[in-house]
Design a protein around this ligand. Sequence first.
Ligand code: IMP
Ligand code: MG
Length: 198
Amino acid sequence: MTENVERVLFTEEQVAARVAEVGAEISAKYQGRDLKLVGVLKGSVFFLTALARAITIPVKIDFLAISSFGGSSTRNTAGHTPGMVRIAKDLDEPIQDEDVLLVEDIVDTGFTTRYLLQTLAGRGPRSLGICTLLDRTVRRIVQVPVDFRCFEIPDRFVVGWGLDYKQLYRNLSCIAVLDPQALDTNVRDPSVPDAHRR
Ligand code: IMP
Ligand code: MG
């Protein structure tokens, strides 16, 4: 599986160490309360389970899935419609009056996160935060308040720890940049919001 890896950005050990630190930060911030982790399928599953184990306060977990439609590339291209997002599978439980932390694999343009924040905020949680494994602020188009993040990453398409390329590589234990030769031309630009990038 590693033959198409160009470069390892973060080893399994580095990710685990950072997840432990962020788990401790979260535990301190929400001390004395219960926390609901809301994961976005499928990319955040690997991170969420590791994070949940690094948190020492009581946690509940729930998941939603999203799909994108109707978009095209947004990078530096005036006039293009950004990818639209909708909920394909909703949470199982209400979040009213709960402390909710939205757990993401990566915040890239910010469109997905903003949509989810707005949707979840409308359900009356006691608080609503964002925790992401990866943050690619260099490509942000809409601003979203990221409360916790493990790593800032450069403008390259990455896989591993839940992030996929055509549904593969999610189980790679490091976070890696794929060899551009292994990518379709349209994903050399990571802004392409088509379905296989969820
Ligand atoms: P955003 O709406 O542009 O912030 O896109 C976020 C989603 O795009 C993430 O949840 C991922 O599913 C996908 N994505 C963005 N960049 C990458 C990447 O480098 N590798 C794999 N998936 C990515
Ligand atoms: Mg995703």
